[in-house]
Every structure is written in structure tokens, then in C-alpha cells.
Design a protein around this ligand. Structure first.
Ligand code: NAP
Length: 306
């Protein structure tokens, strides 16, 4: 059994990591390290430092804080020989992730940069279907209401929080996984509220060897929420809907199932630990970094959480 602790017990740790760990017999949840949150019946420490001092028997940690503190936590855990599961995005910058990758290799432990959307039900069959087709165009529509999904999460508007790219990096994690060729940013427009550091909307245009890939990202979508990727091919249109959980081919529903994203991530983490490997794909984060580096910024009206 892998003795594991959850670090930073916020929304995603509570909603997804906890049930995934409790339902996987490969893991034993030993403790939670979180400044303000705890869980009845599970040992609690305020900080990762205290946890590592008190529980040398720990094998692994899952880091679930916002990305701006990911690096320091990961560096500390790796330095104590622990396997590390990184929530997405794996860091606030690419350099941090590169440094962690090297550190994990030197220490001989597993580093896993998780991309939960890649484990959505429709994604693997979409990848297999596209491998046999000629792709003509891709359209990503990732539009959700930040007030519904991220209430009170002020970190999302600060440097490293990524704004609308916090959810949209999930779309990029899918597209970088299912498309057979790499793609590159050609144009980007980022709309930034005048009281925030990060964009609330963005439009991106990529090119993949002549194939256009467009992305329309919106954090102010009310009513029905949209997490869709359309891929036009020589055999018609593939659509991944609801964040990748539904797969349609030419309008016909081909694949749908229960949400198994986090259970899938923890199966993968255990496999990596057993086989002595790491899995760190920075491609989604590279595209976000490119958008911040190459995008035109436009100031828009201030954002109020309420
Ligand atoms: P959250 O609800 O704000 O929880 C994060 C927790 O991290 C906080 O409760 C806080 O716990 C701790 N924390 C916050 N700021 C910190 C700081 N400066 N230093 C140390 N600890 C800090 O956020 P979340 O929604 O769980 O998101 C966390 C990560 O998971 C993000 O990278 C996000 O992209 C990813 N994620 C979120 C979702 C989602 O639907 N929410 C889905 C997939 C992935 P304490 O105060 O108790 O320390």
C-alpha cells in the first residue's frame, strides 16, 4: 500500500482526491496537511514541513494548493524522498516544472503532473478515432461561470492563477493528447478585468501544419455551460462534449460513462510509483505560457465575485 497524504485540503482535494483515494485499495490516506482545513478521523498538520517531520513513513503526497505554491511544496517533498502527485497545472511557470523533473530523477522518486481531463471517458476513444483520420479544423469552446465554479477563489485572479486558463488548460490538455501533430500559437487576444491580473476571456488561433485550431474561452458564461471540442475530419465531425465525458461522431453519441477522472489518475500514479517512472508533460502549460507571451491584452470592466 502507498502511504499518502493530501496537502491543501480545498475544493478539489475534498471533492475528488479524497473519494478517489478512499476507493482505491492501493492507497492508505495517512494525513492531511492544510493550514485551515482538516477531516475527522485523519491526522492533521498545518504545514507540509510539520507533516514530513511527524510521519517519516509517508511514501507520497498529493499537492492540491493553487499553482503559485506548488513548486516550494513539491521541492520539499521530493527532497525528503517522497513521490509527488501534482494537481494541474503542474507549476506557476515552466522553469519550476523543469527543475522538479530533474530533482525527481536525481532523487529516484516519481513525479506525476496530472491532467485529469485526459482521463474523461471520451478522450481515449477520440484519440484512437482521430489517429485514423485526416484532420481539417479544430474548434474549442470552453465557457463556464467563474462565480459558480470558483466562488471566493481570489488566487485565480492573481499572477500564476491563470484566470480563464485555469479551466481552459483542461481543454488544452485534451487537445495536446488527442491530436497527432503539434500545434503553435499564431494569434491570441486576452481580455483582462481592470481589477485583476489574469484574463477572464480569451480567443486563441493555432496552426498545426496548415490545420487551423481556434479556441474561444469565457469565464463569464451564464446558463448552459460549454466544455466542447469539435474536430472536423475527412470522415466527418468528432465532438468531445461536457469536458470530454461524452464523445459524438457525426452527431451520434458513441461514448459516455461515469466520471472516472480522478480514480484513473490514482491508478496511473500507483503504476508510475511501482515502475519507478515519472510522467510530466508540460505541453498544455506551454500553450498557456505562449498565450501570455504572445497575446494582445485588452482591459475590460472590473470583475466582482458577487
Ligand atoms: P481551493 O478550493 O482554493 O483550495 C486550495 C487550498 O489550498 C485552499 O483551501 C488552502 O487550504 C490552500 N491554499 C490556498 N492558498 C494557499 C497558499 N497561498 N499557500 C498554501 N496553501 C494555500 O482551490 P481548488 O479549487 O481546490 O484548486 C486547487 C488546485 O486544483 C488548482 O490548481 C486548480 O486548478 C486545481 N483543480 C481545481 C478543480 C476545481 O474544480 N475546483 C478541478 C481540477 C483541478 P488551507 O488554507 O487549508 O491551507
Amino acid at each position: 500500500m502507498i502511504k499518502i497524504a493530501l496537502v491543501s485540503f480545498g475544493k478539489i482535494a475534498r471533492d475528488q482526491h479524497l473519494p478517489a483515494l478512499r476507493n482505491n485499495p492501493d492507497y492508505q490516506l495517512l494525513a492531511i496537511a492544510s493550514r485551515n482545513a482538516s477531516l475527522d478521523g485523519v491526522a492533521h498538520y498545518k504545514t507540509l514541513e510539520e507533516l514530513l517531520e511527524a510521519m517519516p513513513e509517508l511514501d507520497a503526497v498529493s499537492l492540491c494548493a493553487p499553482p503559485s505554491v506548488r513548486y516550494e511544496q513539491a521541492r520539499l517533498a521530493l527532497s525528503r524522498g517522497k513521490h509527488v502527485f501534482l494537481e494541474k497545472p503542474p507549476g506557476a511557470t515552466l522553469s519550476e516544472v523543469e527543475a522538479l523533473t530533474k530533482q525527481a530523477k536525481t532523487a529516484g522518486v516519481t513525479l506525476f503532473a496530472s491532467w485529469h481531463s485526459r482521463y474523461a471517458q471520451g478522450v481515449a476513444p477520440a484519440k484512437a478515432w482521430l489517429a485514423e483520420r485526416t484532420i481539417k479544423a479544430v474548434q474549442i469552446n470552453w465557457k463556464e461561470d467563474v462565480r459558480v465554479w470558483h466562488p471566493g477563489q481570489a488566487w485565480i485572479w492573481e499572477p500564476g492563477g491563470m484566470g480563464v486558463f485555469d479551466p481552459a488548460i483542461n481543454a488544452l490538455s485534451i487537445v495536446t493528447h488527442i491530436l497527432p501533430k503539434p500545434f503553435f500559437l499564431k494569434e491570441a487576444a486576452l481580455q483582462v478585468p481592470s481589477n485583476c491580473q489574469m484574463p477572464i476571456r480569451a480567443q486563441l488561433a493555432f496552426d498545426s501544419d496548415g490545420v487551423p485550431i481556434q479556441a474561444d474561452l469565457d469565464f463569464l458564461q451564464t446558463g448552459p455551460q460549454t466544455w466542447d471540442i469539435h474536430v472536423d475530419t475527412d470522415a466527418g465531425r468528432l465532438t468531445l462534449s461536457k469536458g470530454g465525458s461524452q464523445l459524438y461522431i457525426n452527431g451520434q453519441l458513441e461514448q459516455e460513462g461515469p466520471d472516472e477522472e480522478y480514480p484513473g489518475l490514482y491508478v496511473r500514479f500507483a503504476e508510475l510509483i511501482r515502475s519507478g517512472q515519472s510522467d510530466v508533460d508540460v505541453a498544455p502549460l506551454q500553450h498557456v505560457a505562449d498565450a501570455f507571451m504572445y497575446g494582445r491584452r485588452e482591459l475590460v470592466e472590473p470583475f466582482e465575485d458577487q
